[in-house]
Design a protein around this ligand. Structure first.
Ligand SMILES: [Fe+2]
Length: 223
């Protein structure tokens, strides 16, 4: 869950051929189900069901043609910005994972000052919020209680497998590991945008990381 594999919709994969190539590698590596999640960010990527679902159909058709047997679903990764608050206030139907989860992210600069209110409104509207890659928000690294608070208030934290590989640097890897050790994490995701990410993910996984993932009570298998 969590990837950017629909061609041309965001800063992820740009062509259908590239998408097919990446999904083929994931399938060969043992992935059986992929939930892809284009960005929705104010002023940058104005995706919605009308852009995402036709792109999903296109990629599914190509995978079928090529005989690549992977279950492919799509939702979105919603930046919690003014545009998102507008969608929520207007009662717009949002794109869910497994018919209940909503994948959200904070800006890399700062978290929304009213994040508690946004998550509360989301829950009242019937969604179970997931916060993508909390370990990548460096402004939280010295404020671990925020992670604990999010977890305790029912916000599912989703760590990137790329973070555990050290792809974004040592401090992010360390925080990702600590989040797992404290059992604050519900899901792991790939957050694949391009070939380099697949290459990093395909490198052998540290035995200690595998053991940590196995002991973390992750719920990916329920999606
Ligand atoms: Fe993402």
């Amino acid at each position: 869950m969590h990837s950017h594999l629909l061609a041309g919709l965001d800063d992820g994969v740009q062509t259908l051929d590239e998408a097919v190539a990446l999904v083929r590698q994931l399938s060969d590596a043992g992935y059986t189900k992929i939930v892809t999640t284009p960005h929705i960010i104010s002023g940058l990527y104005h995706n919605h069901a009308d852009t995402i679902l036709p792109a999903l159909d296109k990629l599914r058709a190509r995978l079928e043609q090529e005989g690549i047997k992977v279950e492919l679903e799509a939702a979105a990764e919603y930046m919690l910005d003014d545009y998102f608050e507008g969608l929520l206030a207007d009662g717009e139907p949002l794109l869910k994972i497994s018919n209940k989860y909503l994948l959200t992210e904070f800006s890399f600069v700062s978290m929304p000052f009213n994040y508690r209110e946004i998550f509360f409104n989301l829950k009242m509207a019937g969604y179970e919020p997931i916060l993508a890659h909390p370990e990548r928000f460096r402004y939280l690294h010295d404020d671990f209680d925020v992670y604990r608070e999010l977890h305790e208030t029912g916000i599912h934290l989703q760590v990137n497998l790329l973070s555990l590989k050290g792809h974004y640097g040592r401090s992010i890897q360390k925080v990702a590991t600590q989040l797992l050790e404290e059992k604050l994490v519900t899901f792991v995701g790939t957050d694949i945008h391009h070939q380099r990410h697949v290459d990093v993910l395909s490198s052998p996984r540290d035995a200690a990381v595998s053991a940590l993932l196995a002991a973390s009570g992750l719920k990916n298998h329920l999606l």
